[in-house]
Design a protein around this ligand. Structure first.
Ligand SMILES: *[C@@H]1O[C@H](CO)[C@@H](O)[C@H](O)[C@H]1NC(C)=O
Ligand SMILES: *[C@@H]1O[C@H](CO)[C@@H](O)[C@H](O)[C@H]1NC(C)=O
Length: 387
């Protein structure tokens, strides 16, 4: 979820079914260390990067240099799907209360329901935690979808399928909300993994992962793998799940070359899109159009969102290259479904979509290719020298 004060809201959702599936894409992100002093065991690199993995062959990822974290113990610690988001189980307070927390790289507050709401099964009862301390400050966050208000407090938290140890973190106790908790979600809070600059009420509220790194001494890197097509937001059966590896990346989850893209500015995970292709057609827009007003990697958003001009160009290119004679207008607005003969798979009617990101060697780029299949997302990453 992106904070709605960003201009991302002026973008359109691409209403095709381009969704992450089959666990072939991972997005490990290095996180900003901000003004905090981290333990000397942590390797601080001046350039913060997003790492994208492909489904190629033969990756050797460096293992945890501190040797204290067992990444394999964190594999499959996420539940959820691309329709409703991915969440991790956490234990809050003393005695501990278990809650499911949505993993969101598009915001920076850790917030949990602290009062009842019709769409959630339970909430964090601060009065029952002997270690909860209110700071007396109020806090409010507005996302692209929904908002909440509450009070800032601190308490102990541990992650059953995360790094060993208990940490003291900032918690926003949500008291009122609007459009934030949705029917059918199985999470009760949100874990904002972006940089301190996005934290509310201000950047002095240390985000969760900064606290983890500081207090547990794990490397300042996490990786995220989200699985499954999540075709229907109403199917509760077989949640696909995924992994949030804190402290590095687990080699068993990925084979292939690793490419990094520089973070343009440390607030959201803002990256630079250099080119878009639909099938083999280069959209050939001015690359400022692709980054208008910014391009971000946001695990809390389940759709690929594009600026209006880019969206229109993508639709035009798909319409041109698709084997379907006529699309109803409503199809592109998401209000009409396209139908196929029973037993026929429509994927061959649609082209693939490739997004090119700048590489750390800034005169190179690499691409992520999204296939049209609901169950066949693939990220093919190949180097490209910019001409
Ligand atoms: C936590 O500690 C136990 C016991 O030392 C160890 O077996 C386990 O792998 C550790 N978990 C993680 C995630 O490092
Ligand atoms: C960066 O990429 C360019 C173009 O491919 C290449 O000529 C140059 O050697 C690369 N620089 C480094 C440091 O690898």
């Amino acid at each position: 979820m992106a904070n709605s004060n960003s201009l991302v809201i002026r973008a359109f959702a691409l209403s095709l079914f381009f969704v992450v599936s089959k666990c072939l894409l991972s997005i490990p992100l290095k996180i900003y260390t901000g003004k905090y002093n981290l333990s000397s065991a942590v390797d601080l690199t001046p350039l913060r990067q997003v790492l994208l993995m492909s489904d190629g062959n033969g990756l050797s990822l460096a293992s945890d240099p501190t040797g204290t974290v067992n990444f394999l113990d964190m594999v499959n610690n996420l539940q959820g799907d691309s329709g409703r988001g991915y969440y991790i189980e956490m234990s809050l307070g003393t005695p501990s209360q278990k809650l499911n927390i949505l993993v969101d790289t598009g915001s920076s507050n850790f917030a949990v329901a602290a009062s009842a709401h019709p769409f959630i099964t339970h909430y964090f009862n601060t009065a029952l935690s002997t270690t909860y301390e209110s700071t007396g400050r109020t806090v409010a966050v507005r996302y692209t979808q929904g908002n909440w208000e509450g009070e800032l407090g601190i308490d102990k938290v541990s992650i059953p399928k995360g790094p060993n140890g208990t940490i003291i973190i900032n918690i926003a106790a949500i008291l009122t909300s609007d459009g934030f908790f949705l029917p059918g979600v199985n999470w009760q809070g949100i874990l904002g993994l972006a940089y301190p600059m996005l934290a509310r009420p201000d950047s002095s509220v240390e985000p969760f992962f900064n606290s983890v790194v500081k207090q547990l001494g794990i490397p300042d890197i996490f990786s995220l793998q989200m699985c499954g097509g999540g075709l229907s937001a109403s199917s509760t059966a077989d949640l696909a799940g995924g992994s949030l590896i804190m402290g590095g990346a687990e080699p068993a989850l990925y084979f292939g070359p690793v490419w990094y893209t520089p973070i343009v500015e440390e607030w959201y995970y803002q990256v630079e899109v250099l080119k878009l292709e639909v099938g083999d057609q280069n959209l050939d827009l001015d690359c400022r159009e692709y980054n208008m007003d910014k391009a971000i990697v946001d695990s809390g958003t389940t759709l690929l969102r594009l600026p209006v001009n880019v969206f229109n160009a993508v639709v035009a290119a798909i319409t041109r290259s698709s084997l379907i004679q006529e699309f109803s207008l409503g199809f592109w607005e998401g209000s009409k479904l396209a139908c196929w003969i029973k037993g026929e798979t429509p994927w061959r009617f649609f082209p693939k979509l490739s997004i090119y990101l700048r590489a750390t060697n800034t005169s190179q780029s690499f691409r992520i290719t999204i296939l049209p299949q609901v169950n066949g997302f693939t990220a093919l990453i190949v180097p490209l020298s910019l001409s």
